[in-house]
Design a protein around this ligand. Structure first.
Ligand code: OAD
Length: 256
């Protein structure tokens, strides 16, 4: 049951921010961060692989792990939650999509101008000179994942390529972060979907919106219990809750 004040707020909203995390891709079969990893990689602690120090110490281990994740994404398809967000953009005057995810499932569902706060698995850059290669030549469509893999070399300086994601201890891309914060502070309604809200500064986004007066809704099968005024929770998988919300406010799905 979706509360009427939330339906009304979405109906009236001029600017909606969607803030997504790993949970939005869970129904596409992409493991979230705080799930245990399976198979070959379960012995590795994700947080200890996602650092510049880990790459320096063992580039093949880290590159292989990210290629395994990229392979998972290439094999996955956008789910009804990604589709619902792309559809929502066609119903509201202005929508800003901010994601912490490094996959491209929002784009493949039809969302445009996605703000990737934590970078992308699909845009590596040189660990040495920072240049981004022509990915169509460097990155195979079917990466050999699941094992140690030597990173490709940079065409400009022969340095090793690194995944284009933000690692622990690194800054978020300034422009992306500024745009996300500005959108949060000027929106009428923010939908936070599939995130544990534990990794800062990205996790500040919903709070910024709320403090600026926006209605905030959390979509998560495990909702927090303490909520303030203007704050709602839709308890359940995003692939069910988001299509339901959009259907209730805007009626039947519009063709993409
Ligand atoms: P987490 O793995 O921390 O949290 C995923 C959230 O999704 C949890 O709150 C789950 O309850 C929820 N969830 C699971 N299945 C869901 C579903 N079907 N529908 C909706 N929600 C669902 O992932 P993030 O919050 O994205 O950072 O993690 C934030 C950051 O931590 C990541 O971007 C990454 C990681 O370290 C970097 O790589 C820098």
């Amino acid at each position: 049951m979706i509360p009427d004040p939330l339906l009304d707020a979405l109906h009236r909203a001029r600017h909606v921010v969607v803030f997504s995390g790993a949970g939005v891709s869970a129904e596409s079969g992409i493991p979230t961060f705080r799930d245990s990893l399976t198979g070959l990689w379960e012995r590795f602690d994700a947080a200890s692989l996602a650092t510049p120090e880990a790459f320096r110490a063992d580039p093949a281990l880290v590159w292989g792990w990210y290629e395994w994740r990229r392979m998972k994404v290439l094999q996955a398809q956008p789910n009804p939650a990604h589709m619902a967000i792309a559809e929502l953009a066609r119903h509201v005057p202005h929508l800003t999509l901010v994601t912490q995810n490094v996959d491209d499932l929002h784009e493949r569902a039809g969302s445009t101008d996605v703000i990737h706060l934590h970078g992308s698995l699909h845009q590596p850059r040189c660990f040495n000179c920072g240049k981004s290669p022509d990915t169509s030549r460097t990155m195979p469509d079917e990466p050999e994942g699941g094992r140690r893999l030597e990173p490709p070399r940079c065409a400009a300086c022969s340095g090793q390529l690194r995944p284009g994601v933000v690692w622990f201890g690194e800054s978020l891309p300034t422009e992306a972060l500024n745009t996300a914060f500005a959108a949060a502070q000027s929106c009428d309604l923010l939908i936070s979907v599939g995130t544990s809200g534990m990794v800062y500064p990205a996790a500040e986004v919903p709070g910024l919106a709320w403090h600026a007066g926006a209605v905030v809704v959390h979509v998560n099968p495990q909702p927090q219990t303490d909520r303030s005024e203007r704050e709602f929770a839709l308890a359940g998988p995003a692939g069910e809750q988001l299509p339901l919300l959009i259907r209730q406010v805007f009626g039947q799905a519009t063709p993409g």
